[in-house]
Design a protein around this ligand. Structure first.
Ligand code: ATP
Length: 513
């Protein structure tokens, strides 16, 4: 645990030191769970958004984009169920006065049991070597069987209690499991209560006439209310999708995990409209497709896993999370939900307008079913950033801090470094920048010895350093150094554009999908 905390602290301080993330309004001591993205963070975030957008919209002929407003008619949130049911179960510790999400306390407890099972499995794998059969071991080892059964039983009891709104049983479960305040160890808990997460605001010039509005807690509803606008004007045929990225706001009860849980954050969502009865087929398709997208970034396949939901939201008939191994363990990164026809039907009912589709092949009208993929842009940022940050011991015993961001996402693709600040080298470096800047975000760095500049760019996440030396003046060649392998190649200046294209472009990374 201590190691995890250390790693997480390093992530946070590195993000600040290198201009990725600052606390919001820091000069006024900040605002809890609100963050600003600095010069590098803004680029990384933009690149993640674009990587998602291109793979969803540009690569699919039947998916189009949308950019709906943050403010929506207040009835939207009645229809969607958010006014009545967008709650988290909260619990306070009477001694520490700290507030927690009751479901998260229980999930964290269950996760520890799962980790115990995994430890046993790892130990056995080591002991038995090649002869080890993991499935058989899991099915027969009494200790592992017990851990897995306990894990399942806890989550399914919590799921069914939450579904039945039986908050007394959620508290009982916390007590039975002996769950203590993670900070103080106290088990002196209040009852569990529901807490609505939406932020309210007012629209209008005077207090008497102002309308109560909500800041949207998810981008999805902007897509549902525009379903027919897009379908008709885009002449979209089912199955088709509408994708959107944008801000969402939630008054989170506990927001202590940096940009993992923020009060203002950004989502990247896609709603896929399908024939009733075909939703599970597409749900499975999108589960696979989204996982592949994540894996394409090369952060390590072992860092992802699916978590199928026991407790389904009021609108869903199947749901799973793609979980990522964050510095504080496996947590939700993306949700994939089969939302049935709940949202469109509810909006029909509350607006009195038909939101149906005429299927020419079937020759009938119906309300489409929806499969949703929803990933937090900030959580993606944290996933990418935290896995990329590494401390390496080099062959000569020295160490370096390197931010191994996937090159396609890196804020700066290459730094152009004149070996010395004279003899025409800076001028040639600037010429190279003048040529590359049209397609790539490149930086110039002439301060300090070149070795120090390499280290600085390593820590900054820049995948390539291009060094201009005296030979460059004679033969129009430069060295290009790879951040991860630290290998250098001599290449002609003319080939730089092609090389950067091959190694950093959306095309070359997305083509791997
Ligand atoms: P959690 O269980 O962690 O609260 P959720 O299940 O409420 O998340 P969804 O409503 O499915 O989340 O939202 C889709 C995605 O939006 C999540 O997978 C996550 O990546 C992102 N997200 C949700 N809440 C936040 C938040 N407060 N801060 C940052 N990202 C968030």
């Amino acid at each position: 645990m201590a190691k995890q905390e250390d790693t997480f602290k390093k992530v946070i301080s590195h993000a600040k030191e290198y201009g990725y993330i600052f606390g919001s309004s820091e000069i006024y001591d900040g605002l809890s769970a609100v963050y600003d993205y600095g010069q590098n963070g803004a680029e990384l975030k933009k690149n993640i958004r674009e990587y998602w957008w291109k793979s969803m919209v540009q690569m699919h002929q039947n998916i189009v984009g949308l950019d709906a407003s943050i403010f929506m008619h207040p009835t939207t949130w009645k229809a969607s169920g958010h006014v009545d049911a967008f709650n988290d179960p909260l619990i306070d510790n009477k001694d520490s006065k700290k507030r927690y999400r009751a479901d998260v306390l229980i999930e964290d407890y269950a996760e520890k049991i799962l980790q115990k099972a995994q430890k046993e499995i790892k130990k056995a794998a080591k002991r038995f070597g090649d002869a080890f059969n993991e499935d058989e071991f899991k099915a027969t080892n009494p200790r592992v069987l017990k851990y897995l059964a306990d894990h399942k039983a806890i989550l399914s009891r919590m799921g069914s209690s939450l579904e039945k709104e039986d908050l007394a049983d959620v508290k009982l479960l916390i007590e039975e499991l002996g769950i203590a305040d993670p900070d103080t160890g106290s088990k002196n808990w209040t009852d569990v209560r529901q807490f609505n997460l939406m932020f309210g605001t007012k629209l209008g010039a005077s207090a008497e006439t102002a309308t109560d509005l909500f800041l949207r807690p998810e981008t999805a509803q902007g897509i549902f209310v525009n379903f027919l606008n897009v379908q008709k004007t885009g002449r979209m045929k089912i199955p088709f999708g509408i994708a959107q990225t944008g801000k969402a706001f939630r008054n989170e009860i506990v927001a202590r995990q940096f940009i993992f849980r923020m009060r203002e954050f950004e989502q990247m969502e896609m709603q896929f409209f399908v024939r009733p009865g075909e939703e599970i087929k597409y749900y499975e398709y999108w589960k696979k497709t989204r996982l592949k997208w994540h894996l394409s970034l090369g952060l390590g396949d072992e860092n992802y896993r699916f978590h199928d939901h026991d407790k389904l939201a009021h609108y869903a008939n199947a749901a799973a999370d793609i979980e990522f191994n964050f510095p504080f363990g496996f947590k939700e990164l993306e949700g994939i939900h089969s939302r049935t026809d709940f949202d469109l039907k509810a909006h029909e009912e509350f607006s009195g307008k038909k939101l149906q589709y005429f299927d020419h092949e079937l020759n009938k009208n119906y309300t489409p079913y929806v499969v949703e993929t929803s990933v937090g842009l900030d959580r993606m940022f944290l996933a990418v950033f935290s896995k990329s940050l590494q401390e390496e011991t080099l062959e000569d015993g020295s160490s370096r801090t390197v931010l191994k961001l996937p090159a396609v996402l890196a804020p700066v693709k290459a730094a152009i470094l004149p070996l010395v600040k004279k003899d025409g080298l800076p001028e040639l470096a600037q010429q190279i920048i003048g040529n590359l800047k049209w397609n790539f975000n490149v930086a110039y760095d002439e301060k300090d010895a070149v070795g120090r500049r390499y280290r600085r760019q390593d820590a900054n996440g820049t995948p390539f350093c291009i060094t201009v030396d005296h030979d460059s003046l004679k033969d129009q060649t430069v060295t290009i150094r790879d951040r991860d392998t630290m290998k250098q190649e001599r290449v002609s200046i003319n080939s730089l554009e092609r090389i950067l294209e091959e190694r950093t472009s959306f095309k070359s990374w997305l083509a791997k999908l």
